[in-house]
Ligand binder design. Structure first.
Ligand code: SAH
Length: 346
């Protein structure tokens, strides 16, 4: 059989077949432990005990897409839709800056009310008020020209999970109007424009196999993103996948270690979804190689409506409480939050 873990530790330049074999060990505690140890060694080598924070501003839950897994999909007629005004967004940044955030992430559904120009205006306003902060966008697929305009307006980073790198699996998760090819093209456009780019996927989404995950890893290696967001799939009651089982915390942690070793300097968040499935999920994520957390800066009145999956945590607290809680959690596993932009050391 050979020691596939040892082989990976020696040289992570794996083929799809080798990744699939490696993933067969996701529920083997000894294998996971060996990968975790190496992942932590690498993360400490590049980032010490620092944990970077991103203030997440969920500024709209309107969405033109109908992704089968997502609670804010267009087809969910029960979602209470909201949009933040530019002033509300700036208020979130003000609160965030006071609390020590030096990255603001504007995330939302694909809401074309926010035209290229409206987005650019918001970006310019944040850029001029906070020249020392990074601005991250996460608003889905747009033409090259829109991405270019926003880059010029002052955006630095873009999060666009590829969701799955397997064609057939992509079609199972999305309606026919959407395609993996377009998703990938957007990621390459963003890279070309000089954004720091984040890709990623859900772990345990319906129909996902070890081969799908192996393709995700091969794709990540090829794309060489600055950030990789992964979290377990969690069903939402108003979606096609309402009755599907959630992804596994164990497999997510295993993948975090695998990705840290594959892309040593990558920015790797311990996600809210991980914290939703396991009360110590984010701490465990940090212990598996993650180095970023993304607490919520959205106004409390809107939070529960940015409802991607059921039982999402941190929807009731003020930003300061969230930051304080997270800071304690991070310290409980030997790391500490820093007030820095936290660019990738790539
Ligand atoms: N519209 C933006 C932002 C999407 S929300 C975009 O297209 O990029 C951010 C991420 O939440 C998605 O990329 C998806 O991976 C994740 N997500 C959505 N529904 C989820 C669910 N049911 N369980 C876990 N993660 C989910």
């Amino acid at each position: 059989m050979g020691d596939i873990i040892g082989k990976y530790l020696e040289n992570p330049d794996f083929t799809k077949e080798e990744f699939a074999e490696l993933l067969g060990f996701a529920s083997d505690p000894e294998a996971a432990g060996r990968l975790r140890e190496e992942a932590v060694r690498i993360r400490k080598l590049h980032y010490g005990e620092k944990v970077y924070t991103r203030g997440l501003i969920e500024f709209t839950n309107y969405c033109r897409n109908d992704c089968y897994y997502c609670g804010i999909r267009r087809g969910n007629l029960h979602a209470r839709r909201y949009r933040l005004t530019k002033e509300e967004i700036l208020d979130c940044c003000d609160r965030g800056y006071e609390l020590g955030f030096r990255t603001f992430v504007l995330q939302g559904g694909e809401d074309r009310w926010f035209t290229d120009e409206r987005m650019a205006e918001i970006i310019r306003a944040i850029r001029s008020r906070y020249p020392d902060c990074a601005i991250t966008l996460s608003v889905g697929e747009r033409p090259y020209e829109s991405y270019r305009l926003w880059k010029e307006a002052g955006a630095d980073r873009y999060l666009l999970r590829h969701e799955t790198a397997n064609e057939a699996h992509y079609r199972k998760l999305h309606p026919s109007g959407m395609s993996l090819a377009v998703r990938k093209l957007c990621l390459y456009d963003l890279k070309l424009l000089g954004y720091q780019v984040g890709a990623g996927f859900m772990v345990g989404s319906p129909g996902q196999t070890a081969e799908c995950l192996a393709e995700d890893l091969v794709f990540l290696k090829e794309l060489q993103p600055h950030m990789v967001g992964i979290g377990p799939f969690i069903p939402h009651h108003e979606t096609v996948f309402a009755k599907e089982p959630a992804g596994s915390v164990e497999q997510t942690l295993f993948l975090l270690s695998v990705i840290r070793i594959l892309l040593p300097k990558v920015l790797l968040p311990a996600t809210t979804a991980l914290g939703t499935l396991d009360p110590r999920g984010r701490e465990k994520g940090l212990e598996a190689g993650a180095n970023v957390v993304m607490p919520n800066l959205s106004p409390v009145k809107n939070r529960k409506h940015y409802d991607l999956y059921d039982n999402k945590i941190c929807t009731g607290e003020e930003a300061a409480e969230c930051r304080g809680c997270l800071s304690r959690r991070v310290e409980s596993v030997g790391y500490y939050l820093v007030n820095e932009r936290g660019d990738a050391k790539i």
